[in-house]
Design a protein around this ligand. Structure first.
Ligand code: GDP
Ligand code: MG
Length: 697
């Protein structure tokens, strides 16, 4: 029977459900859009917060329902995404599964492919990014590969809309053929195959239901791999007993987990199949990548290379950033003078004070960091786009895994030593939300650049020369230690859940395109500017009001010079009063109202602590910092000095950090949690140190 246009008609099937599987970034979403014209319905998979995208298209009188599965590298039971994808294929039994393969990276993508083959659904491979593969000089013998994989292969270029008709055609044909009876594509070698056959026998006997639902071979493979989800479904001790014996037998034979040996066999199969059917007519890029990787992910050399590169990035950020930063400082200086000049000399105007001391000083103090931030993001974009970042994460993973974080978390934490704001933005490289939130929450414990201004004032003021280095070092170290402890605590309490064993995908090295690098950099920089323009502007005005009103009587100021007048005004203002108000609360830490006032000011930006102190201590702005140091030394003991350092390190992050936390975590609740948690931690730690110090010193 023939269809309208002479195309064969595949029978009465009306509605075909197609599931799109594939590695992240293989072009799944693009292909989804190509098939469905982006008409989609988004919901969650039942019971989990993994997004389920669904769309419909018509093809030759068939209604084709396309479901976009979560992007995964594998189909183990280790992550929610993998479980969701696997369950959909097994339980919902779509009519066809399309595995979207990045054709420029077939070997890595086919790991998922072989696992799908083993599940034996009606399967089609879409070799997407065929354009990229061609440009790389890859030549495929698709006919042969299709035979080896026992599966149809259709080349597509989803981003340019090529291959739609051929793919739909293949989907129809495959849907009509239905499930394959037996799949023996990947062979695991005599010893393992023997155990598979043995287990297949017992499951067919004792677990008929499961064997019918999943296929006995797949079931046996998963049981040998000790897959938790599948093991949990097997009730018969007869089966578990045989599985246990088989696993122990293989473990003894290979001196390794069967799961690992089997993964190796799959890789071996893929590697062999690719070698036979894919030729590289240009250079051996893959080999070049491997050679570089042998060095940069080396057990011994990996870490030093990474640290050196990071050092270079920070050095470049601050060294090169200094010139444009000077320019911006000059610009804001000029703006200050220009705005001040609008009023006659010596006249008092609240509007001038608001503009100069509030708006320009507040926003300017943050915007001057823009060059640093742009440079830092440029460097990160470069490292990401070349493919090095994945290696860095790989190198750091063994350490980070111990505190329950992903290797990639290390990068934002490192950036945190510069500034928490870009650091928190950089957590976007983390895909797992729990990981990301944990990292965001502890980032402020990394001593940022603004805190350095506090350290450089207080440490020389209270400590003799030979103590300064160790004190500074200990402050940084305490921050790191607390971050590690907090991260671990968060991971075992509110962010409990799977810490995935790290399946590291090492993409081949690439020469980054200037366009994508610049766009990356600019997008992040623009977000930062928007923040300065809105939140920081607002907060600066609020703080200015708090520090300026109510004004003292003119009588109280009579006979005082300008600096003394500012001191009296500060003490009289809301901020000064709040400082007095909280004095009883901070006295157990060794602090008085003056420090309290400065701490409140430091909420706006940590460096404000220093300028606030110079106001409450009536130090002329043109005096050198030695004057302030001397006054501090006369007022407090070194123990109090150390406690101030501690408190500034740990306590409430600045407003910009809180605002960015809200934005990136998606709710004020997380910002509030961060604020309260860190402040409480600071209070606790400082209290213990001060009280113990008082007894012992
Ligand atoms: P997903 O993570 O699998 O959903 O992948 P996306 O559909 O988001 O695609 C990732 C990137 O690859 C996007 O920038 C796409 O524009 C691009 N892309 C998708 N398909 C192709 C293709 O066939 N060729 C090329 N050159 N790029 C593609
Ligand atoms: Mg996608």
């Amino acid at each position: 029977m023939s269809g309208k246009l002479g195309v064969p008609n595949y029978g009465p099937m009306e509605r075909i459900v197609v599931a799109l599987a594939g590695n992240p970034n293989s072009g799944k979403s693009s292909l989804f859009n190509l098939l469905t014209g982006a008409r989609q319905h988004v919901a969650n998979y039942p019971g989990v917060t993994v997004e389920k995208k669904q769309g419909v298209c018509r093809y030759q009188d068939h209604e084709i329902v396309v479901v976009d599965l979560p992007g995964t590298y594998s189909l183990t039971a280790y992550s929610m995404e993998e479980l969701v994808a696997r369950r959909f294929v097994l339980e919902d039994k779509p009519d066809v599964v399309v595995d979207v393969v990045d054709a420029s990276n077939v070997e890595r993508n086919l790991y998922l492919g072989t696992q799908l083959i083993e599940m034996a659904p009606p399967l089609v491979f879409a070799f997407n990014m065929a354009d990229l593969a061609k440009r790389r000089g890859l030549v495929f013998d698709l006919e042969q590969l299709s035979r080896l994989l026992e599966t149809r292969i259709v080349p597509t270029v989803a981003s340019k809309g090529e291959g739609r008709a051929a793919l739909l055609e293949a989907i129809l044909r495959t849907a009509q053929e239905g499930r394959k009876a037996r799949i023996h594509t990947v062979q695991y070698g005599d010893e393992i195959e023997e155990q598979i056959t043995r287990i297949e026998g017992v499951v067919r006997e004792w677990e008929k239901g499961l064997a019918e639902r999943y296929g006995s071979r797949w079931l046996a493979v998963k049981l040998l791999e000790q897959d938790e989800e599948i093991l949990a479904q097997v009730g018969r001790p007869e089966v578990l007993d045989v599985v246990d014996k088989s696993v122990r037998h293989l473990r003894g034979l290979f001196r390794d987990e069967p799961e690992i040996v089997m993964a190796d066999r799959r890789y071996g199969f893929i590697s062999g199949a690719c070698q036979e059917t894919i030729k590289n007519s240009v250079e051996r890029r893959h080999d070049a990548s491997d050679t570089i990787d042998a060095v940069v992910t080396n057990r011994v050399l990996g870490l030093p290379i990474f640290l050196l590169l990071m050092y270079a990035v920070f050095w470049a950020t601050f060294a090169l950033g200094e010139y444009p930063m000077k320019g911006l400082e000059w610009l804001f200086g000029w703006l200050t003078a220009a705005v001040s000049g609008l009023w006659p000399v010596g006249s008092e105007s609240w509007l001038r004070s608001l503009l100069v001391d509030g708006v320009i000083a507040g926003v300017g103090g943050v915007v001057v960091f823009l060059p640093n931030i742009l440079l830092l993001f440029l460097a990160i974009a470069l490292l990401e786009d070349t493919g090095y970042m994945a290696r860095a994460a790989f190198v750091m993973d063994r350490l980070m895994y111990k505190i329950g974080l992903h290797g990639k978390s290390f990068i934002p934490m490192l950036i945190g030593f510069g500034c928490s704001v870009p650091a928190i933005m950089a957590t976007r490289i983390l895909e797992n939300r729990r990981n990301r939130l944990t990292t965001i929450l502890v980032i402020p414990l990394m001593s940022c650049g603004a805190r350095l201004t506090i350290y450089s004032l207080l440490i020389p003021a209270f400590f003799a020369l030979h103590w300064r280095g160790p004190v500074m070092w200990s402050i940084y170290l305490i921050g790191i230690l607390l971050a590690v402890i907090c991260a671990k605590l968060l991971r075992v309490t509110i962010f409990q859940g799977e810490t995935m064993p790290f399946v590291m995908e090492l993409p081949p090295y690439r020469v980054p395109t200037p366009r994508s690098v610049l766009i990356h950099m600019w997008q992040r920089g623009w977000m930062f500017l928007k923040k300065a323009g809105t939140v920081i502007l607002g907060i600066s005005i609020v703080l200015w009001v708090l520090a300026s009103f109510p004004k003292p009587d003119a009588r109280d100021l009579a006979g005082l010079d300008e600096t003394q007048a500012r001191q009296v005004a500060m003490s009289h203002s809301v901020m000064g009063r709040v400082g007095h108000l909280i004095e009883p609360a901070i006295q157990p830490l060794g602090f008085d109202w003056k420090i309290g006032t400065a701490l409140i000011g430091s909420l706006a930006a940590k460096e404000v602590f220093v300028s606030q102190l110079s106001i409450v201590y009536a130090v002329h702005s043109q005096d050198s910092s030695d004057v302030l140091s001397a006054k501090l030394r006369a007022s407090y003991t070194p123990l109090v000095g150390f406690c101030i350092l501690l408190f500034c390190l740990i306590s409430a992050p600045c407003v910009a950090t809180l605002a960015i936390t809200r934005q990136e975590a998606g709710s004020w609740r997380w910002a509030a949690f961060q604020f309260l948690g860190l402040t409480a931690l600071a209070y606790g730690v400082t209290l213990v140190v001060f009280q113990l110090g008082r007894i012992w010193l």
